[in-house]
Design a protein around this ligand. Structure first.
Ligand code: NAG
Length: 588
């Protein structure tokens, strides 16, 4: 191996070192598509005046990491990979913290903060009315919720006894506390005498919120119902002073259960027990009536296959006069089908645009107990309730607006129809879920800047291959533009010292286009060494060093051995000379 060969190798080695340094620099400072910080948790749900802690961490080397916020800001730190935003007593309704990082450029990630406050008070009242109610007339109940936030997470639930009657939700988007009221129309019947109405304000703050959701219930509102013993007009005329008042509490029978929840076509049995001696006890109903009997204290209304949607059974008793207690019956039917679809659209969605999903629930009853829940994967997105009052099965449609982003590609949307029938209903509430709807999201392109630095050094005589990769849906086409009008349709481009100073990678799909400029920097006389050759070059370099070492060792050994051999030879000769001298015959 000649001297000039070794020199060439060394020159290439220095070239390699230089190139590696350039490459390392480009890689370290390369930009990324997303801001490389993670928040934990990703969303904060905090009680007003409560404490909060959110960590911001990164895994990339950086020149500064900090939290910006009107309370609890954390100054930029250079030497930490994680910093925490902490406030022990959060009182700013409009706080908008974000974590930022300086690496090549500065970028930031905002933390969504929900500050909630449970209501100071929840109260129930009757609108424009006082005193007992008249059977069959309509009244309005009002629920006042004071000083609650944020109202878009508030649900007001209406109860009669243990039975959920209705729900009211609010759509305003206000961060600070407000006073809200919800109303409910009721038409009491004689069975409602003594009924207790309540309303409950609940804040459903999602998975990150407190579990169970915080709620506050009003004091109960007892209503007293006047009803007419003989339900006709003449009785009404005669009534003015003679009206008999009565409530359920006054009719001496007890129903068990007090309310029946029955599957359509299912069986039901309800006991009616007299609490006083009587002259007759019976059940009246269009199915399963029990004739009046004098000698029993308890009789049972029983139907094995209930198919009458509008059934109104009541138990009556004759003691001083006849009175009766109605049994509220809720007949439910699971939907035949639940299906999800996209409204007025087919094919892939475009990132950032708004679409409407539709959930069709077929043949379900009663609709006022129906809740349609919307899911993306396992995440509950929204709920839809229905306020119509229909006992027989209906078809219903719920809709949801979505604005997909690229992360939603392949997301599965589902809707679920649930019948929340209250404590007397089946537990857990029956539900039916649609098939999942897979959505395909087209999104704009992002060129992988890590694989394609903005400056590429090229060494004379050593062509280099550039790789342009772009992320996008649908799959983009990649082309290179060199100079004014040369276009190369390929992911890779080989450049050399004859390539124009600027080349452009362009990626197109039906959603948009992205372009990246690459500056080709022609390097001096250093041999340009591609990464591909590194192992070979290193191997040859090591071989050269080893060879030189071996040569030096040989020379050294040779020199020392030569000296030793010479000395030995000399000794032998001398010894032989002595021997010759000794062996010579001594002349007599
Ligand atoms: C933040 O990080 C610290 C240290 O790892 C940990 O003790 C704390 O629980 C984290 N807080 C949250 C909210 O994750």
């Amino acid at each position: 191996m000649g001297h000039s060969n070794t020199y060439n190798m060394l020159q290439r080695f220095y070239g390699l070192v230089y190139f590696s340094a350039v490459l390392l620099f480009v890689t370290l400072t390369g930009t990324q598509a997303e801001c490389p910080v993670q928040l934990n948790p990703q969303r904060a749900v905090v009680r007003y005046e409560g404490s909060v802690e959110v960590n911001c961490s990164t895994s990339v080397p950086h020149k500064g990491l900090g939290w910006e916020a009107s309370e609890g800001a954390v100054p930029m730190a250079r030497d930490k990979m994680m910093i925490a935003w902490r406030v022990s007593h959060l009182t700013e309704w409009d706080i908008q913290p974000f974590c930022y990082i300086n690496y090549e450029r500065q970028c930031q990630v905002e933390l969504p903060v929900i500050i909630y406050k449970t209501p100071d008070s929840v109260s129930i009242s009757i609108v424009d009315h006082s005193g007992p109610m008249i059977e069959g007339q309509q009244y309005e109940l009002q629920c006042d919720v004071h000083d609650v936030a944020p109202v878009q997470y508030l649900t007001v639930k209406w109860y009669k006894g243990q039975t959920l009657l209705d729900k009211t939700t609010f759509t305003e988007y206000i961060k600070t506390p407000v006073n809200e009221n919800a109303t409910l129309l009721i038409r009491p019947d004689r069975a409602d005498g003594g009924a207790q109405y309540r309303c409950e304000a609940e804040l459903e703050l999602g998975a990150e919120g407190p579990q169970p959701p915080p709620k506050k219930t009003s004091e109960p509102l007892n209503i007293n119902v006047y009803f007419f013993l003989v339900n006709n007009f003449y009785a009404f005329i005669l009534c003015s002073s003679m009206c008999l008042t009565g409530t359920q509490a006054e009719c001496p029978v007890q129903l068990n259960p007090q309310r029946a929840v029955v599957r359509y076509g299912g069986s039901v049995a309800v006991n009616c027990r007299a609490s006083v001696p009587h002259k007759g006890l019976g059940w009246e109903a269009s199915e399963g009536a029990v004739p009046m009997t004098r000698d029993k204290m308890m009789i049972t209304w029983r139907v094995s296959h209930l198919t009458e949607w509008d059934i109104q059974p009541f138990c009556y008793i004759n003691h001083e006069e006849q009175c009766q207690v109605e049994l509220p019956v809720t007949i439910y039917k699971y939907p035949d089908s639940v299906s999800i679809s996209i409204v007025d659209h087919s094919g892939p969605m475009i990132e950032g645009r708004q679409y409407e999903l539709q959930c069709d629930v077929h043949d379900v009853a009663p609709v006022q107990y129906l809740t349609v829940k919307w899911y993306k994967g396992q995440t509950l997105l929204d709920k839809t309730t229905f306020t119509e009052d229909s006992k027989t099965p209906v078809n219903e449609t719920a809709t949801l607006l979505i604005r997909p982003d690229r992360a939603d590609g392949g997301a599965q949307y589902r809707c679920e129809a649930e019948l929340e029938l209250g404590a007397e209903g089946p537990q857990p509430p029956p539900k039916k879920t649609s098939e999942p709807l897979n959505i395909n999201v087209y999104f704009k392109l992002i060129i992988n800047e890590n694989k394609l630095p903005s400056i590429v050094p090229v060494f004379r005589g050593y062509p280099e291959v550039l790789v342009c990769e772009a992320e996008g849906n649908p799959k983009p086409t990649i082309s290179w533009i060199l100079g004014t009008n040369v276009i190369v349709y390929n992911e890779t481009l080989t450049i050399s010292e004859s390539t124009p100073e600027h080349v452009y990678c362009t990626s197109d799909n039906s959603v948009g286009r992205a372009t990246r400029q690459v500056n080709v920097s022609i390097q001096g006389n250093y041999a340009f060494v591609s990464f591909f050759y590194i192992p070979i070059i290193l191997g040859i370099f090591v071989a050269v060093v080893v060879a030189i070492s071996v040569i030096f060792i040989f020379i050294y050994i040779y020199l020392t051995n030569y000296k030793k051999t010479k000395t030995g030879h000399y000794d032998v000769k001398e010894a032989n000379a002595h021997k010759e001298l000794l062996a010579q015959p001594v002349p007599p």
